[in-house]
Design a binder for this molecule. Structure first.
Ligand code: HEC
Length: 156
């Protein structure tokens, strides 16, 4: 690794640290299709974790605090991932996406929703660490509101 590469890597790491919010704008995608696939895959695996917690909240599956906590931690981490797949030019709606063009017309609102959502996901992980199901329920429901709110506006 030459000096220039080391500097570039350090700069990249530093700027990631500073700008490490919900919307990481610096991902590179080869084309719009790969951005769409990336965000859909990320949303799916995020949903799998949320649904597993939902089963316990609804009482369909017995509440297990350790499993819930693991799911909540994974969910909080995953809540940051999908949004980079919306940030590229050209990742506009097409046949393979349910994303609506309104996202890019209302970018600041969409971005704010991702920030609010990740904050709620992190609150859920916090309360899941040692919290009872009664403590967890309202925080889970608050996180769930983000899904519907955003889908109603920006998903086909
Ligand atoms: C900030 C907006 C936003 C939030 C918050 C959000 N979503 Fe979505 N979601 C979208 C959009 C837009 C799409 C369509 C993506 C596409 O098809 O390109 C989508 C698609 C999906 C998909 C389909 C992925 C696929 O395979 O096509 C699932 C599942 C999903 N969301 C689950 C959730 C769940 C569960 C939550 C809450 C825990 C959530 N989303 C929160 C905007 C959001």
């Amino acid at each position: 690794m030459n000096k220039l590469t080391i500097t570039a890597v350090t700069t990249a790491l530093l700027s990631f640290g500073i700008a490490g919010n919900a919307m990481a704008d610096k991902h590179a995608f080869n084309d719009a299709e790969s951005a769409v696939e990336y965000r859909q895959n990320a949303l799916s695996i995020m949903r799998d974790n949320f649904a597993a917690m939902g089963d316990m909240v609804k009482g369909d599956v017995a509440f297990d605090a350790a499993i819930f906590q693991q799911r909540a931690e994974d969910f909080a981490r995953l809540s940051h991932i999908p949004w980079a797949g919306f940030s590229v030019d050209g990742a506009m709606p097409g046949d393979n996406t349910d994303a609506l063009p309104e996202i890019w017309d209302n970018w600041d609102d969409f971005k704010q929703r991702t920030v609010d959502f990740t904050a709620d996901a992190e609150k859920l992980a916090e309360v899941a660490a040692g919290g009872s199901l009664d403590d967890i329920k309202p925080v889970f429901m608050a996180a769930a509101k983000n899904c519907k709110g955003c889908h109603d506006n920006y998903k086909d």
